[in-house]
Design a protein around this ligand. Structure first.
Ligand code: ARG
Length: 395
């Protein structure tokens, strides 16, 4: 299969394998977005006069065919094609001959990959947003069932004050609401079209960038072509940061559920079908899924670091380094999607042990309330505090 930059020499096979890496596989997730962007690009080329309407129709029909082949898993990118951008042009040349060679006018793989990635990110962000909403609904259900039940909350992993499961579950609800705001902010940044910025320095032709932006559903265009390239990596980092906020909140509540379902605490009990066992200790019911929710957060943070480091110390302009970001971000989306699904199931099946919660409310847990009662009856706060402290002797 020819490369887009084919010019009469053969690339060393080791270097070819090394530079392509897993890209020919990773790009299978990107290709449908590149096809969508190619259609908009072709329409723009026709609008500004680089393609006749007949040529445009042929290109569009071929791109539609390609998109059907992709949807039905009948298309693959061969490693020597390097990436989805090459695979698309090769397909077009096979399908419509000379006309296929016209598609790359006024674009570069650098703005192509940026555009396809942004379209993919926007879809993924919408999916994550939907899953967050579903988890939030599940939390409301949980709160309706168990919200009124009181238990001793902790500070420093020691019993502190009474709270209830409504306040506890709604804390995650509110945290997820914050995460949604962060996601939307990142969405807004991403929602600008880089198409037409070429290799990073614009293209020496009169094109209509607003037209393609509109066709692709971008809110606006990213004007400065150098900045468009620089935002690759920066936006990925922000994306991962927004995903890491979600995994962070889930990590904390996973830890809570592990702790609260510890038989010695016993506020919560985990459904058996969500627990795994031990190969040696027959009595064990282990909260492995929650431990993995906890651990995956650390992996997301590591991916965030990967983004930050891969993209630093580079001068302006495109660098092949950026290619490595694709896998990092795509994996992060997959992980966070799973975390949200798993936590929704956990909350669906989570039971509260009312008896254990009641017995957690020992009299020292009510110490602060007792102080406030004395204050209500006229004792200054610090005196009331000391009176009650004496009773409990610094437990
Ligand atoms: N696979 C490349 C990437 O993800 C596509 C762009 C290639 N551009 C280039 N100038 N080699 O960055």
């Amino acid at each position: 299969m020819p490369k887009l930059w084919e010019k009469g020499y053969t690339l060393d096979p080791l270097i070819e394998r090394f530079t392509v890496g897993k890209d020919y596989l990773t790009d299978m997730k990107l290709i449908k977005y590149d096809v969508i962007a190619s259609i908009a690009h072709a329409e723009m080329l026709a609008k500004v006069g680089y393609l006749s309407s007949e040529e445009l129709e042929k290109l569009k029909a071929a791109l539609k065919k390609l998109s059907e082949l992709i949807d039905s898993n009948q298309f693959s990118i061969s490693p020597d094609e390097e990436d989805c951008h090459t695979a698309i042009e090769n397909f077009l040349v096979r399908e419509v001959g000379e006309i296929g060679k016209k598609i790359h006018m006024a674009r570069s793989r650098n703005d192509q990959v940026l555009t396809a990635l942004r379209l993919l990110y926007k879809d993924q962000l919408k999916r994550i947003e939907k899953l967050i909403q579903e988890l939030k609904n599940q939390l409301v259900q949980f709160s309706k069932r168990f919200g009124r039940i009181k238990f001793a909350g902790f500070t420093h992993t020691r019993k502190a004050m009474p709270t209830n499961f409504r306040t506890w579950s709604m804390a995650l609800y509110d945290a997820l609401d914050d995460d949604l705001r962060i996601l939307r902010l990142v969405f807004e940044l991403i929602d600008r079209s880089p198409l037409g910025t070429g290799a990073g320095y614009g293209v020496p032709a009169k094109i209509d960038r607003r037209f393609t932006a509109e066709r692709l559903g971008f809110k606006s265009i990213q004007k400065n072509p150098i900045h468009a390239q620089l935002s690759r990596g920066k936006y990925e980092f922000l994306l991962l940061h927004s995903l890491s906020q979600i995994s962070f909140d889930l990590n904390r509540f996973a830890s809570d559920i592990i702790f609260f379902s510890l038989p010695e605490i016993g506020y919560l009990s985990l459904a058996r079908e969500l627990c795994t066992g031990s190969s040696i200790m027959p009595q064990k019911l282990n909260p492995d899924p929650l431990e993995l929710v906890r651990a995956y957060h650390n992996r997301i943070v590591a991916k965030q670091m990967e983004c930050a480091t891969i993209t630093s110390n580079l001068i302006t302009g495109y660098h092949r380094d950026l290619q490595l970001l694709k896998e990092t971000v795509l994996e992060a989306f997959e992980i966070v999607e799973q975390l949200l699904l798993v936590m929704k199931l956990i909350f669906e099946k989570l039971e509260v042990n009312e008896q254990k919660c009641r017995t957690s409310l020992t009299k020292e847990v009510l110490a602060t309330e007792k102080v406030y009662e004395l204050v209500e009856r006229g004792t200054p706060f610090r005196d009331a505090y000391r009176i009650v402290a004496e009773e409990f002797g610094g437990e």
